[in-house]
Ligand binder design. Sequence first.
Ligand code: UDP
Length: 312
Amino acid sequence: MPRVVITGAAGFIGSHLSEALLDRGFSVVGIDNLLTGDLANIAHLRDRDFQFIRHDVTNYIDVDGPVDFVLHWASPASPIDYLELPIPTLKVGALGTHKALGLAKAKGAVFMIASTSEVYGDPLEHPQKETYWGNVNPIGPRGVYDEAKRFAEAMTVAYRRFHNLDTKIVRIFNTYGPRMRIRDGRAVPAFMSQALLNQDVTVFGDGSQTRSFCYISDLVDGLIRLMLSKENDPINIGNPQEMTIEQIARQIIAMTGSSSKIIYKPLPTDDPKVRQPDITRARTLLGWEPKVSLDEGLGRTIDYFRAKVLGS
Ligand code: UDP
């Protein structure tokens, strides 16, 4: 049984990734300090080949026995989280990546880092290809996340070049689905909880900024394909279907049958104006393609938030 260590296993993506790997016969060791993760996300994995270690991976990571893959997913990941947790965000991207790489090196494991579309910043190239170097403000409020992930990519490549480690870099674009935190501040959970409660839906700016939303099961499929591939260069994983934030707010209001109205709030500093992945590399090198339509994905996610928000 190949054995996988996942940092951030109790988070939104980490928990889905853990579950998908268990389903494919992997043995999984999940590590999380529960800063933004939640044990409820992994409670259903308890009776499976899943071991949980509560640990802050900015400190030395100790795992007994053989390890075949180290997947470094731990990090605060929403703009509100990194405004509230700037130093832990920088530390887990920098020190945590170093520790996770050290574990992979010691075990002779394949290493994969969860990078992000945020490495492109407020992009001047659209859609974003992996060859684009980005437009990031290092001292803005998002800089703590963007620069930590850029450092993490640089550190990952250094371990490949210098230690000959087999490394993978995935740049994850906006992803949504069950197990996002209701109050993590991101657009989809915010709009869903507001719409389900018939409260005002808070669109930031004039709502003309764009994002491209990928359903979690599609993302996880791409992650596992990359993890098992021979590719070492960065690969974007995301759904290229681009829309404005106002459009997705209206769609969520319609799909929840809500009486909510849209209200407009100030646009956060350095909020990217456009974002859309170019997924040519994922398509050609991994044979990956998102399959879940926005209607289907939003429907499944609304079911989850309805149960969370309304308790039914
Ligand atoms: N946004 C919004 N209302 C909210 C939360 C977010 O209009 O209550 C906007 C935000 O300004 C951004 C987009 O929705 O333009 C996506 O934000 P999110 O926090 O989901 O992720 P980002 O792509 O900015 O990292």
